[in-house]
Write a new protein. Structure first.
Length: 217
């Protein structure tokens, strides 16, 4: 839990330093390729968490409470339609709007807070519709990109449903130019359907499901 809390603090501080104050310390990733970006961010996180072991739990909590309002105020000050400094690479975008950037930041804060809540058995509050549904809707924006190589006749639909209080239903539609995500579909039977419990969906979308155990011999 401590390392996750440190990661949350690092994300807020780096956002304020780079995006609000224009302070970019040191070289960035080797390239804009997704693998290089992930490798770069993992390195930053590792060095920060290592240094953060010097902080007491009380100091760490105090810093999170101090930085949080400034971070929120900065995000609220952004023009939603303006280009974001960093594109949402996991959705296949070379350029994103601030609206999508803020949504990405929301998924980051949501899932790391839920990891902490999971450790202490207090997950229920984040599964409410007003908090969970925006997380799901943002994560699912990656589907058209990840389905880009899937060939299907125009009009083909795949239904994705997350059950539970904060769940909902989305449709991935094959259009002329590629796959399109939406929530309204009246075209008849779907070609495939995926249904996930709400308690599982967020862990799948954040690569935090435990490895499957092999079947008994």
């Amino acid at each position: 839990m401590r390392d996750v809390a440190l990661h949350l603090l690092d994300g807020s501080l780096r956002s304020l330093s780079m995006l609000r104050d224009g302070h970019f310390a040191g070289p960035g990733p080797a390239s804009g390729e997704y693998a290089d970006v992930v490798r770069y961010l993992n390195g930053l996180n590792t060095s920060w968490v290592s240094a953060g072991q010097r902080l007491s739990p009380a100091v760490l909590t105090w810093l999170l409470e101090l930085v949080g309002p400034a971070y929120n105020d900065f995000l609220a000050s952004l023009d939603p339609a303006a280009p974001a400094t960093f594109a949402v690479a996991w959705a296949g975008e070379a350029e994103s709007t601030n609206q999508f950037h803020v949504a990405r930041e929301y998924t980051e804060k949501w899932h790391h807070q839920q990891q902490i809540r999971q450790a202490v058995g207090q997950e229920a509050p984040l599964f409410s519709p007003e908090l969970y549904r925006p997380f799901l809707a943002t994560c699912l924006q990656a589907l058209p990109y990840h389905y880009r190589a899937v060939v299907a006749p125009e009009g083909t639909a795949v239904r994705f449903r997350v059950t539970g209080e904060g769940g909902d239903t989305w449709f991935l539609l094959r259009a002329e130019g590629g796959w399109v995500l939406g929530q309204n579909y009246e075209g008849g039977p779907v070609a495939a359907a995926v249904e996930l419990p709400g308690q599982v969906a967020w862990r799948l979308f954040t690569n935090s499901l435990p490895p499957m155990k092999p079947p008994p011999a």
